[in-house]
Ligand binder design. Structure first.
Ligand code: PLP
Length: 410
């Protein structure tokens, strides 16, 4: 597992992640829960340490050295996020706690200002609860209807059905570019184009695609896009929302407080310009700096190498796991990210997860915050192994052996 034929130095990448050296239950950790959270490279850990040791200070307020340096670093992180998603301007990048907060921001701000009774919002059957519930909250208040693009039996969205759902009543389409449960990668650009033809706005949940594929908001022409820091090798409590500048300018603030105002009087408050208008209170400064380190790490590795490595792992794992009698892969879209959901005859997914955990193998088992999708699939849960840049074919072999052993319990 040293140097593979694409010049991707797997050994070096693994050495960047200290947690990979840890034993769990007396055996080396095999971490296959990357769709939930990725591990953190030393670059990110060091950046957080450096900030807390040498740089701690609040931003945008202090008249002193540390504060102004902190502000420069915080805004430089925004520029790195801009570069990562290829937005036109840093005014289009808002730091949030993650994807969930970003969807809530758009639903509560843009949605509250623009939805009216009878309007329609289109979601998909693949969505994570965080791209369903915020829309339900605002649409039930506003008297709007949610329509859902169905998924076919192999886990792909049905584009023709989507076209039938679209109408001048559609005000928003919100969908993920990659399913966290099935790994389905959707070509969202054609969905965006079709939505724009009827005048609807489009929000992309890029929580799963951001660590796996390049994100280009200008090429996509999406109106909003969100991702989470902890899934792109960054810290918890930080993420980003991209929004087209003219839309963000037109939207009311999501939360009120310090930093988001221009002037406050007892009679009236006026707002700061974007992006500050949407960043009330002290932001996650260390989180933003850690996110910058994480995104720089990804961009230095390069998506060509990341895609090639993860595609190889997915193909290998799919082939190997299918050899296990009674194991069924759930979700076999033509275009898939390195996420592999499966069930085994006669065994509950949570039991499988607990048994292989005893062998140091970390996977997720459950509904993966996708209960409507589980209902569509007729399953209560799946086991999900999700791969990242530091995983190896050897770890796939350990997963396979641990599953074969687990089967003895059923
Ligand atoms: N969307 C997708 C597709 C996800 O996989 C997740 C998390 O698993 C989220 C949204 C929510 O992300 P967060 O919990 O970081 O806000």
């Amino acid at each position: 597992m040293s140097q593979d034929n694409r010049g991707f130095n797997l050994e070096k990448v693994r050495a960047d992640f200290p947690l990979l050296t840890r034993d769990i239950r007396g055996v080396p950790l095999v971490y296959l829960d990357n769709a939930a959270s990725t591990l953190k490279p030393i670059h990110v850990i060091d950046r957080l340490q450096q900030y807390y040791r040498n740089e701690t200070s609040n931003v945008h307020r202090g008249a002193h050295y540390l504060s102004s340096q902190g502000t420069v670093a915080y805004e430089a992180s925004r520029e790195t996020v801009r570069r990562f998603v290829n937005a036109k301007s840093i005014h289009e990048i808002i730091f949030t706690r993650g994807t969930t907060e970003a969807v809530n921001l758009v639903a509560q701000s843009w949605g509250r200002a623009n939805f009216k009774e009878g309007d329609e919002i289109i979601l998909t059957e693949l969505e994570h609860h965080s791209n369903i519930v915020p829309w339900q909250m605002i649409t039930s208040e506003k008297g709007c209807k949610i329509k859902v693009i169905p998924v076919n039996d192999i886990g792909e969205l049905e584009f023709d059905k989507y076209l039938e759902l679209l109408s001048p009543k559609t005000k928003m389409v919100s969908m993920s570019s990659c399913s966290n449960t099935l790994g389905t990668v959707t070509d969202v650009s054609k969905y965006i184009e079709a939505a724009h033809r009827v005048g609807a706005k489009v929000m992309i949940d890029a929580a799963q695609s951001a660590p796996q594929f390049p994100t280009d908001v200008q090429k996509l022409d999406c109106d909003f896009l969100a991702f989470s820091g902890h899934k792109v090798f960054g810290p918890y409590g930080i993420g980003a929302l991209f929004g087209k500048e003219e839309l963000l300018e037109s939207m009311p603030p999501y939360q009120g407080g310090g930093s988001m105002i221009s002037e406050v009087t007892w009679e009236k408050t006026t707002w700061a310009a974007v992006p500050q208008k949407f960043e009330a209170g002290t932001p996650a400064i260390s989180g933003a700096l850690g996110l910058e380190a994480a995104l720089s790490y990804i961009m230095d590795l390069g998506f060509d190498a990341i895609i090639a490595h993860e595609h190889d792992l997915l193909e290998y794992a799919t082939r190997e796991l299918k050899e296990i009698p009674g194991l069924r892969v759930v979700g076999e879209a033509k275009n898939k990210a390195a996420i592999l959901s499966f069930v085994i005859d006669g065994a509950h997914p949570s039991d499988i997860g607990s048994i292989i955990d005893q062998q140091g193998v970390a996977v997720r088992a459950g509904h993966h915050c996708c209960q409507p999708l589980m209902k569509r699939l007729g399953l209560p849960a799946t086991v999900r192994a999700s791969f990242s840049i530091y995983n190896t074919r050897g770890e796939v072999d350990i997963l396979k052996q641990s599953l074969i052993k687990a089967k003895e319990f059923f």
